[in-house]
Design a protein around this ligand. Sequence first.
Ligand code: PMV
Length: 380
Amino acid sequence: MVTKDQTVEVNFILMFSESDFIPTKYSRAIETGKFEWSSPSNIALVKYWGKKDGQGQQIPANPSVSFTLNNCKTITKLAFAKKQNDGKFSFDLLFEGKPKEDFKPKIQQFFERVLIYLPFLKDYHFTIDTQNTFPHSSGIASSASGMAALAMNLMSLEKVLNPEMTEAYFYQKASFLARLGSGSACRSVKGEVVVWGEHETIQESSNFFGVEFPNSIHENFKNFQDTILLVDKGEKQVSSSVGHNLMHKHPFAERRFEQAHENLDKLIKVFESGNVEEFITIIESEALTLHSMMMTSVPYFILMKPNTLEIINAIWKFRNETKIPVCFTLDAGANVHVLYPENVKDKVLQFIKVELVGYCQNGQYICDEIGIGSQLLIGN
Ligand code: PMV
């Protein structure tokens, strides 16, 4: 039975507009304090690649869905002290305890974008102290986990100023803010499977924030494993923002956006039925389509490396020979995410150690699995 509170919540989601996240007045004040949050990375199954034009910032051209990860995360401390509002942002940025000047413009831009939603930002001096659990410059994007962790901390501060806010509002607004920092970051607030972008058959889905996948998920997908093979740890030649932009005049863009909706519909059924074979087909097709879009952009580019293809071929051969349900996906880079159910973990890890490690830079890979989302470490 749906309670009155739940009806109000659902209506709020359905009738949402961006101005709902602009606070009117805060009922409390605070001088100084500190929070700490950890936020995980996520790996998209149906990929976000391309933004809508002229409909606000960071609005995805198609819906995406991801597994939230568990081990690859950013841990961020936010200390704040009241200052005079002189019309300027004031913050120090530390990465692994040391000042990191080159991260500052990104944070400055983020603060500018979200100021309307967090009007207290110029009232405090902030010290943002951040670290990742995955190796520095591993080629694993830290923007999703990093922006999510910062957004969680800022929401903790806003909750002190407005203690009446509901938990649903807290998490939705955190995801909304994270999205404005880096699109896919909005999927790093919650676990375990998160949808971002409007999709007809997922009523609560939104272009403005990620939502927990609302339908049933078969046992076969619980504790799904993701071993990330670090093929190339160098800086990407083409950034995600440039890649998203190239979808604007892309010859295949419209068909691709429709396909993402179709694949999400298929995935909804697969999550329900537990059909791992069909899951593999959708996931690998999505990964290759993402990279096909890059290769057919004007100008075109390739982010995969020779070893990315070696790994893909080795996975296909292993799967054919053993019938073990293991597959791959890719993000916007050369690294390969190897996905498989928990019950074949030993066999797949053995395969990785024997046959795939040789394709990884310095033999490096990271074992991860589905996780539960951002966690508060200090504060309340
Ligand atoms: O969030 P961005 O702008 O870094 O874009 C992420 C794009 C992909 O990782 C390739 C796909 C996705 O949905 O995460």
